[in-house]
Design a protein around this ligand. Sequence first.
Ligand SMILES: [Zn+2]
Length: 350
Amino acid sequence: MGRKKRLKLSNRAGASLFRVSLGALAPRSKVAAVQTEPYAEMDQVSFPPLSRVVVSGGTHGNELSGAYIVRQMQKENSDQTGSMSVCPILNNPPAIDACRRYIDTDLNRCFTDALLNAQLTDTSPSELRRAHELNSLLGPKGSEGAVDLLCDLHNTTSNMGLCFILNVLDWIPLHIVKYVQNKMPSAPSRLIHTNATKSEGYSVDSVAKHGFAIEVGPQPHGVLRADVYNMMKEAVGHTLEWLNEFNTGTTFPGGEMEVFVREKAVDYPRDPESGTPAAVIHPELQDNDFKLLRHGDPMFKSFSGETLNYEGEDLYPFFINECAYYEKHVAFCLAKRRTITLPSIQVKET
Ligand SMILES: [Zn+2]
């Protein structure tokens, strides 16, 4: 059952600053990362114990809740939690110090197979170097040596409440989300599936065997709010509770879950010469994340006062007016709502 190897990671950038390489200590699981079939119908599944767990923050340096939660975990030295080792890691310390999303490029877009396999050069962005470093310490992505679970903490300026973001539908994080949602019934909580493959997954959590992001908002970047901090901290606490219960033999029943499956992103109308937005999010859309956007509903308001209406299939908007997405040409994303059926889950004795 749960291995008790002590893993110590520094929160500073640079492989040499990690006191111990996780890869060197990694107990090799006999079972490779399991990719579950989306929406597959099964009664019961089992997985080996999840003994090496990472909680990371500061992937985006100005999203402060996660950075402060991780720092607090490091201060409390809470890296041993019952049946597992929990490593709290700050993913992008230079960006945290500068209170910027990133220094050269968005770290949380650097973890695709293609970028992780690319040759680094003298001119490679600092975040791509850091991605390679994190991949060798926590992965390598897709390998048996990868950490068992990585939960990465983010904030959004959008009115999204407590969100869990998964690249692939994987029973472990799905059960964690179901558990946390049951434990926090008053929190506005949703599950988002980005609909990417593991290989295409560009976020740091894709390096682990099982990974997901917790995204909480609204909170301006560079700001700490107690309500957002507490919501995230409680969700992390329940995540670790679930892992400990799973490792020590609890069977979690299956059931139905609601999931928002990302379909596409919508950009602002833009000035053809300057490329800057030519309209703002319409007041009737602003802050209405996860409220169905119907064909004909107001979408943007131009600076001369015209309303631009949404044309297309009725879908659920999220990441509405996220500050960091102006540069990514995303005014908001759209999702379909689906229901998935989870099998019951329990630990597999190895
Ligand atoms: Zn983020």
